[in-house]
Design a protein around this ligand. Sequence first.
Ligand SMILES: Cc1cc2nc3c(=O)[nH]c(=O)nc-3n(C[C@H](O)[C@H](O)[C@H](O)COP(=O)(O)O)c2cc1C
Length: 182
Amino acid sequence: METIKILGICGSLRQQSTNLGLLKYARKNAPQGMEVNLADLSEVPFFNSDLTDVPTSVQRFLDSLEQADALLMACPEYNYSLAPALKNALDWASRAPENHLLAGKPAAILGSGGGMGSARAQYHLRQVCVFLDIRLLNKPEVFSNAFNGSFDKEGNLTDERIQQLVVEQLTALQSWTQLLRQ
Ligand SMILES: Cc1cc2nc3c(=O)[nH]c(=O)nc-3n(C[C@H](O)[C@H](O)[C@H](O)COP(=O)(O)O)c2cc1C
């Protein structure tokens, strides 16, 4: 079986991000036949169509999308919506000819936030993905709380229930990606 390459994209840029913690856990615990790499959005500027020479940081991100079979988006909640770093990354990617980097791409969303576990932001992200024609996995959904002790001080995921959910989501994403390839 060919290895499925997943690109993890984190909407939070801070080093001890709990959303990054979810992706790191996914990277370390991916099922057999799946490999998770993490995109670096730290230097990606705001989208501006005046930037006709694509910045190096953006090109690196676009190249990593090209190589990915599927996406895993970690979605923080900022003011009831998705965080700008994640939306900005999708905006850059959507400008590729025919939206070929995103259209038809299998993807899953997980996230960490306040009391609702970033659910509101995740549902905004789902709406964005409709226009981008990203093929989102429906279930399992992963809503984790950044403030209730599910993560340690470095942002590592320590909650066993969420750990199990992340692995279940990866396994479902693997099947979903294989199904869409047929
Ligand atoms: C600008 C800003 C707005 C926020 N708004 C919300 C919000 O509307 N709902 C919520 O649940 N959490 C909100 N939070 C808390 C974030 O969800 C929380 O900081 C989350 O852990 C960020 O993810 P990170 O740990 O990956 O950086 C907000 C945080 C920031 C910085």
